[in-house]
Design a protein around this ligand. Sequence first.
Ligand SMILES: *[C@@H]1O[C@H](CO)[C@@H](O)[C@H](O)[C@H]1NC(C)=O
Ligand SMILES: *[C@@H]1O[C@H](CO)[C@@H](O)[C@H](O)[C@H]1NC(C)=O
Ligand SMILES: *[C@@H]1O[C@H](CO)[C@@H](O)[C@H](O)[C@H]1NC(C)=O
Length: 341
Amino acid sequence: MHLTALAVSLALLAASGSLASPTLPLHAREVVTVTRTVAGPAATSYDWANGATPDFPIHPSCNATERVQLERAFAETIKLAQHAKEHVLRFGNSSAFYTKYFGNAPTAEPIGWFDKVVSADRGGMWFRCDNPDGNCEQEGKQCFFFMKRFIEGRIISRTDGDIIGWGGHWRGENATLETVICPLSYSTRWPLEAMCGNGYTVAGGATNAYWASDIMHRLFHVYNVGEGTIEHYADDYAACLALAASNPEEAVRNSDTLQYFALDVYAWDVALPGEGCTGKAPEGSSSAAATGSATSSASSSTTGIAGSMSAEASSIIASPTLAEVQTTTSDAAAVSYPHTE
Ligand SMILES: *[C@@H]1O[C@H](CO)[C@@H](O)[C@H](O)[C@H]1NC(C)=O
Ligand SMILES: *[C@@H]1O[C@H](CO)[C@@H](O)[C@H](O)[C@H]1NC(C)=O
Ligand SMILES: *[C@@H]1O[C@H](CO)[C@@H](O)[C@H](O)[C@H]1NC(C)=O
C-alpha cells in the first residue's frame, strides 16, 4: 500500500515536477511529496453515510396502490413526529400538553423518541403487504389482548389485534424488524389533513385513527426506533394521563402516550391553531366510569401556550379496571372507531 502510494507519488513528481518547492534541495523535495501522497485522495476514503437506509423499506409484496399510500403515510408520520419534537424543543415543560402527558419527566427522552421516528436508520426494516403470519383475517383479538394486558399489569410485547380484523401487526418473534400492513388499513386510516375532522377528538378517538400515529406506533415496536424500550405501560387516554402523574419515567417511553401527545399538539398547533380537538373521553369509557386520585403536576401547570388545557388535564383518574376496559372496547366499536389497531 505504502509502496504503491510512493510509486504513484514519484511518478506524479516525475511527470509534473511541480509539487515541491523548487528552492528546496532534492532529498527534501522527495520527503514532502511522499507525505502528501499518503494523506491524499488516493487513500481509502471513509464515508460515514455509506450503506445508510434513510427511507422506509417497502416490501415487494406491496402493490402499486399500497406502495403509494404507504409512502404518503411515512411522510405524514415524519411530519407528526417532527412537530411533536419541535413543540417540546420550543416550550419544554412550560407546555401544559407536556406536563399532561409526561408529568415532570425531563424533556430529552420524548424528544429523542420523536427524533428517532424522524431520522433513525431504517436498515433491515420492512413494511410488507402480504400476510406471512396469517393474522390479517383474525377477529376478536382486541378484547383478549386488552384483558391479558391488564391482568398481567403490563406485557412485554403485544400483538396488535382489532375488533373487526387486523389493520396490521408487528411480526414479533417471527421477524423483529418487520411490520405487516393489512388491507384493512388502506380503507380505514385517515390522512393528517383530516385532523379534528370526522368527529375525532384526541381524548375520545383512537390513536390509530390516522395513518401517521398508527405508523408511529408500529415503528416503536421495531428496534431501530423503539430499542425494545418503548412499551405499552398504559393504553387509553385516561390511563395515559394517570401514568404521567404516577410514573413519568414510564410515561416518556409509553407508546400510546407518545402518540396522544403528538396528535394533541399537532391538532392544537397546526390543524386548528389555538383550538385543537382534545375533547373528552366518551361517556361510559374508563375515564368517565373510574374514580381515583386526581393529583398531578399536569393539573397545576396552567402557564404556557396551552394554559386552557389545565381543566382537561385535571380530570386525571386511576387506571381503569378490567370491566371498564371491556366497556371501553365495545363502546369504541359502537361509536365507529372500528380501527382500534
Ligand atoms: C420543568 O423543568 C425544570 C428544569 O428545567 C424543573 O426545575 C421543573 O421542576 C420542571 N417543572 C415541571 C412541572 O416538571
Ligand atoms: C408467528 O407465526 C405464527 C405461525 O406462523 C403465528 O401463529 C403467530 O401469530 C406469528 N406471530 C406474530 C407476532 O405475528
Ligand atoms: C392492491 O392491494 C389491495 C389490497 O390491499 C387491493 O385491494 C388492490 O386492488 C390492489 N391493487 C392493485 C392495483 O392490484
